[in-house]
Design a protein around this ligand. Structure first.
Ligand code: UDP
Length: 530
C-alpha cells in the first residue's frame, strides 16, 4: 500500500501537553504522504487550528475533526474541555469520565466514514479507543506515550517489582528504582505513575490493557537521548516500539507560524516577543514557564519574583497566576506604582497567560529555561540547546528533572523536593526562597567553567535531536518503519476481513471540522454508510 493511500486517525488526550505533540506527529506522518485526521473537541480544535492550518499551507493532508465533549452530560460546565481548565481538582474524576464517554461519538463518526482509516493512534491516556477500534474494525491500533521513556520504565519497574505495593500510602518512603539503567532514588510522591490515584483504578486498568494489546507503541523521544530506557521499556512490554521524537525538533527556522501557533493563541504576540528578544544579547535571557497546568501558590510566586529581581538578568515570565490569583495581581502592580512589573520593566517581560514557548526557546537571546519539566518543555529545551533550571511540580516532571540533571547533565536543580500537594501547610507552598532562586539563576546563566560545559552539552544534544529527526536519522527511520508496518498490517488485516481497502479521494474524505462545509461532508458520509 502506498503511503498516499494510508489514512491515520489521531486521538490525543484533551490536554495541551498531549495535543501539541500529537499535532507534531500528524505533520510528520503527513509529510510522508499519508492522510492524517486529528480527532478532538471543539475548544481544542479551535486552539490548535492555527498549527493545523500552517501544515495545510505547507501542502500536507492534515485535517481536524470535532466531536462533542460529553462533559455537560456529567455536570461539567459547557466549554470545559481541556485539563488546563480544571481549576478544581475535584472535577478530575468527572473530566476523565467524560473523556471515556467520547467512545460513543467517535464510533458514530467512524461508522459514518465511507472507508475505515487504516490506523488509529491514541494517546496512552485514551484507552477507550481500543474498544472502538475493535468494534469498527480499524486494521491497526497504536499507542502514543507523551512522557519520557525514563518515566515509563521507572513506573513499570516499580509496579512490576511490587515497590508501590510495599510503600502503600506512604508517599515519602525512599526507594531506589529496581532493575533500572541508572541509579534513581525517590519516593512515591515523585515517581507516581499516571492514573495512580484513588478513584481511577478502572481507568488505570484500561490504560494498561490498551497498551498491552496495541499493535505498537510510539514514544516522543529519541534513541540518542533515551536509548537505554526505550530499549528496556520495549523489552519489558514486548511490543513493537518506535522512538519518533523529539517531535518538536522537526520545526525549523522556516516554521515561525507553526511555532507561534502551537497549542493556543499567545497572550502577547510572537512578533512583539521576538522584537523584545532581538534587542537582547545572545544567551542572556531566562525564560520562565510552568506549562499549561501547574500553578504556584502566591507566596512562592513572590519568592520567585524577588529572586528574579535580585538576579539582575533579563527574563520573560509566562505567569498564568496573574490571571487567577488576586495576591499575584497585587504583587505585580501595586497602587503606588512600585509593583514588581514596574521595578523590572527595563528587563522583565511578563506574559499573563499563554506564551509562544518555542518561539522564545528558539531565539538566540534565550540562554536559560526555568521549567516545570513537563516532557514537552523538556524536549523543547533540549531541541533548542537551552540549559534548564528545573522546578518540577507533579506527575512525570520529577523524572524529567532527574533525566535533565543527572543523566543528560544539562540542568540545575532549583531545590524543589516534592509536589506542591506534599508541602507541609506551615510552608504556605514555598519550597524555594528568593535567595536560592537568585543563586540557582546565577549558576545556570553563568556558572563559570561548569556552566560553559553544561551549555556546550545542551548545544550538542540539540544538534543530535535535530539530526535524529532528519532524513536518515534514527527517529526519522523509526517513523518511516512505523508507516511501513501500518501499511502492511492494514493490507493484511483488510484482506483477512474481506473489507474493501479502496481509498476514497482525499478531498472527498470526511474531514469533520468547525467549518460548515466539513460538517456537511460528515453528514454525507453518514448517509453513504446507512
Ligand atoms: N506551552 C506554550 N505556552 C505556554 C505554556 C505551555 O506554548 O504558555 C506549551 C509548551 O511549549 C508545551 C506544552 O504547552 O509544548 C506543555 O506541555 P508540557 O509537557 O511541557 O507541560 P504540561 O502543560 O503538560 O504540564
Amino acid at each position: 500500500m502506498a503511503s498516499s493511500e494510508l489514512h491515520f486517525l489521531l486521538v490525543p488526550l484533551v490536554a495541551q501537553g498531549h495535543i501539541i505533540p500529537m499535532v507534531d506527529l500528524a505533520r510528520l506522518i503527513a509529510s510522508r504522504g499519508a492522510r492524517v485526521t486529528i480527532v478532538t473537541t471543539p475548544v481544542n480544535a479551535a486552539r490548535n487550528r492555527a498549527a493545523v492550518d500552517s501544515a495545510k499551507r505547507a501542502g500536507l493532508d492534515v485535517g481536524l475533526v470535532e466531536l462533542p465533549f460529553p462533559g455537560p452530560q456529567l455536570g461539567l460546565p459547557e466549554g470545559m474541555e481541556n485539563a488546563d481548565q480544571m481549576v478544581d481538582r475535584g472535577m478530575y474524576l468527572k473530566f476523565f469520565e467524560a473523556i471515556w464517554k467520547m467512545a460513543e461519538p467517535l464510533e458514530q463518526y467512524l461508522r459514518a466514514l465511507p472507508r475505515r482509516p487504516d490506523c488509529l493512534i491514541a494517546d496512552a491516556c485514551n484507552p477507550w479507543t481500543a474498544g472502538v477500534c475493535a468494534s469498527v474494525g480499524i486494521p491497526a491500533r497504536l499507542v502514543l506515550h507523551c512522557p519520557s521513556a525514563y518515566f515509563l520504565l521507572a513506573v513499570h519497574n516499580l509496579s512490576a517489582h511490587g515497590v508501590y505495593d510495599r510503600v502503600g500510602d506512604d508517599e515519602m518512603e525512599p526507594f531506589e528504582v529496581p532493575d533500572f539503567p541508572v541509579r534513581a532514588v525517590g519516593n512515591k510522591a515523585t515517581f507516581r505513575g499516571f492514573f495512580q490515584w484513588p478513584g481511577v483504578e478502572k481507568e488505570h486498568r484500561d490504560v494498561l490493557h490498551a497498551e498491552a494489546t496495541a499493535d505498537g507503541l510510539l514514544l516522543n523521544t529519541s534513541r540518542g537521548l533515551e536509548g537505554v530506557f526505550v530499549d528496556a521499556y520495549a523489552a519489558a512490554l514486548g511490543r513493537k516500539t518506535w522512538a519518533v521524537g523529539p517531535t518538536c525538533a522537526s520545526l525549523g527556522a522556516d516554521d515561525a507560524d507553526a511555532m507561534a501557533g502551537r497549542g493556543n493563541r499567545a497572550e502577547v504576540d510572537a512578533g512583539v516577543i521576538t522584537a523584545w528578544l532581538d534587542a537582547r544579547p545572545p544567551e542572556s535571557v531566562l525564560y520562565i514557564s510552568f506549562g499549561s497546568i501547574a500553578q504556584l501558590p502566591a507566596k512562592q510566586v513572590t519568592e520567585l519574583a524577588l529572586g528574579l529581581e535580585a538576579s539582575g538578568r533579563p527574563f520573560i515570565w509566562a505567569i498564568k497566576e496573574a490571571k487567577s490569583d488576586a495576591a499575584v495581581k497585587a504583587l505585580l502592580n501595586s497602587e503606588d506604582g512600585g509593583g514588581f512589573e514596574e521595578r523590572v520593566r527595563d528587563r522583565g517581560l511578563l506574559v499573563r497567560g499563554w506564551a509562544p514557548q518555542v518561539t522564545i526557546l528558539s531565539h538566540r537571546a534565550t540562554g536559560g529555561f526555568l521549567t516545570h519539566c513537563g516532557w514537552n518543555a523538556t524536549l523543547e529545551a533540549i531541541a533548542h540547546g537551552v540549559p534548564a533550571l528545573t522546578w518540577p511540580s507533579f506527575a512525570d516532571q520529577f523524572c524529567s528533572e532527574r533525566l535533565l540533571v543527572d543523566v543528560l547533565r544539562v540542568g540545575v536543580r532549583s531545590g524543589v523536593k516534592v509536589p506542591a500537594m506534599n508541602v507541609p501547610e506551615e510552608a504556605q507552598g514555598v519550597q524555594v526562597a528568593s535567595g536560592d532562586v537568585e543563586k540557582a539563576v546565577a549558576e545556570l546563566m553563568d556558572g563559570g567553567e561548569e556552566g560553559a560545559a553544561r551549555r556546550a552539552r545542551a548545544k550538542e544534544l540539540a544538534k543530535e535531536a535535530r539530526k535524529a529527526m532528519e532524513e536518515g536519522g534514527a527517529s526519522c527511520s523509526d517513523l518511516e518503519d512505523m508507516i511501513r508496518y501500518v501499511s502492511e498490517l492494514s493490507r493484511k488485516r483488510s484482506h483477512e476481513r474481506g473489507t474493501s481497502s479502496t481509498p476514497v479521494p482525499s478531498a472527498a474524505a470526511a474531514e469533520l471540522g468547525s467549518k460548515k462545509g466539513e460538517k456537511i461532508e460528515a453528514d454525507a458520509a453518514l448517509s453513504v454508510q446507512s
